[in-house]
Write a protein that binds this ligand. Structure first.
Ligand SMILES: [Ca+2]
Length: 469
């Protein structure tokens, strides 16, 4: 009887031990943070694009949690990256994501562009850009020739097509925004290929210790350089022009316009060049997707999939002629919506339409690794949404632009500019944002409510609204 009692106690201890080691195992040991530059969510196959080929990102999407409504906090590279690396709406804090992992015993490395790096300036020079050294133990740049890559160069707003290497627009505004280069080659000379190669090396070297490896691709950021076989996938006759209704700009306050609109810019005169911009963007997205695939394959080969959280995202979205807009730095849907896929062991794959912010990545990864998240963090862990795809962590996402602010809830997009002008869209009936309800006097009651909501959000985030009349 006594022996039986002991046996029972041992069994209970055994079960408790197994349970606690299972819990420990379910914590991730590694983080692979993959980020593309200027990538709008809507061009990925897994986000509904039927033309663009993104098989590798789509494969990750099928294995992970796909976040359908993720919004950036800054509308250009620098502010957005500062924000999600610190999980602060504005500026920085002592704690950043990489340093947090270093402080908790992880190896941390940057490959390519994570904080702000001028593309193409810092890429051609092979320089660090605005890096924060405390984030990394090691950092590696991936230089390249960018617009000066020998091959078929086009400056599409000026309708220039040439193979000459001289006189190419590389840094002059706004021409650099409209550059594509299609060339003969396998792509191994390009920055994103080098980023993948170095990341693969680091995974092999560091596979036996906890790591936080951040790999930053620069495509599809201009200049859109890719080998010819990627451009061949996208003949311009297959590319539809974005739908822009007659008078689309009439109800958008001027302060809310993109810096470049085709009615002012020569590219509007060349509809085929608008299609060529899409083809160049698609070609560079597919090229970048292939580099993502090389890294994911290596992670599988090393057997690290079951211990690694993989994040794929972008710093902000992009306009390619919608509303006659080009580029980033404004508050409309195409420019603020980004893809976010998180694949981590122990979570079922699936999609969620919970409203989330890029700032949520840092606390999520910290949570998945079982670490104590610093008090300076303003984002929220997305673990509840990864566990239950119908869960929600916030009512609206906040985006901050030089011109003003936006709040995006599941149904509504609201913008309030520094001069007090506003936009309001019903995203259910008007996902293209063609009818600005804020100019309708009958909406005044709703607008009062949105102003209050924005003021509350800004106060909570310790942000003083800029007002310029
Ligand atoms: Ca960017």
């Amino acid at each position: 009887m006594k022996q039986l009692k002991y046996a029972f106690v041992f069994i209970v201890i055994g079960i408790l031990n197994t349970a606690s080691s299972l819990a420990a195992d379910s914590k991730i040991k590694n983080v692979l943070f993959l980020i593309s530059d200027d990538l709008k969510a809507s061009v990925l196959g897994s986000y509904g694009d039927t033309i663009c080929k993104t098989p590798n990102i789509d494969r990750l999407a099928s294995q992970g949690v796909v976040f359908d409504r993720v919004y950036c906090q800054g509308t250009s590279c620098g502010p957005s990256r500062q924000s999600f690396m610190h999980s602060r709406y504005l500026g920085s804090a002592k704690e950043n994501m990489g340093k947090h992992f270093i402080d908790n015993g992880f190896y941390s490395a940057r490959v390519g562009k994570i904080y702000h790096m001028k593309v193409p300036g810092d890429i051609i020079a092979g320089t660090d850009g605005i890096d924060i050294r405390s984030t990394w133990i090691d950092s590696f740049n991936s230089p390249g020739l960018e617009a000066h890559t020998p091959g078929d160069y086009a400056c599409l707003n000026l309708n220039i097509f040439t193979t000459d290497l001289g006189g190419r627009y590389s840094t002059a505004m706004p021409h650099r925004w409209f550059v594509t280069v299609s060339y003969e080659g396998d792509g191994s000379d390009q920055p994103d290929y080098k980023t993948a190669t170095k990341t693969i090396e680091l995974i092999r070297e560091r596979k036996d210790e906890p790591f936080y490896i951040a790999a930053g691709f620069i495509r599809p950021h201009y200049p859109m350089v890719a080998p010819k076989q990627y451009f061949d996938l996208y003949p311009i006759e297959d590319i539809p022009l974005p739908h822009v209704p007659e008078g689309d700009l009439d109800d958008i306050p001027e302060i809310g316009h993109s810096n470049v609109i085709s009615t002012k810019d020569p590219i509007g005169k060349y509809p085929d060049n608008i299609k060529r911009m899409w083809a160049g963007y698609y070609a560079s997205v597919t090229y970048m997707d292939e580099q993502v695939g090389r890294i994911l394959d290596e992670l599988d080969r090393q057997g690290l999939r079951d211990s690694t959280a993989i994040v794929f995202t972008s710093d902000h979205g992009y306009h390619l002629g919608e509303h006659h807009f080009w580029q980033k730095s404004n508050l409309h849907e195409e420019a603020i919506r980004v893809p976010l896929i998180i694949s981590a062991p122990g979570f079922e794959s699936g999609r969620t339409s919970a409203i989330t912010e890029l700032m949520d990545i840092y606390p999520t990864l910290s949570d998945l690794a079982g670490l104590k998240t610093p008090a300076s963090v303003q984002g929220k862990s997305l673990r509840p949404v990864m566990e239950d795809k119908d869960a929600e962590v916030r009512e609206a996402a906040l985006t901050i632009d030089g011109s003003g602010y936006s709040l995006r809830s599941s149904r509504w997009a609201y913008m309030r500019y520094n001069n007090d002008e506003e936009e309001l869209y019903d995203m259910e009936s008007d996902p293209g944002q063609y009818t600005n309800l804020a100019i309708n006097p009958e909406r005044e009651k709703e607008l009062v409510n949105w102003r209050k909501k924005l003021d509350t959000r800004l106060a909570k985030a310790e942000i003083k609204r800029k007002v310029k009349k």
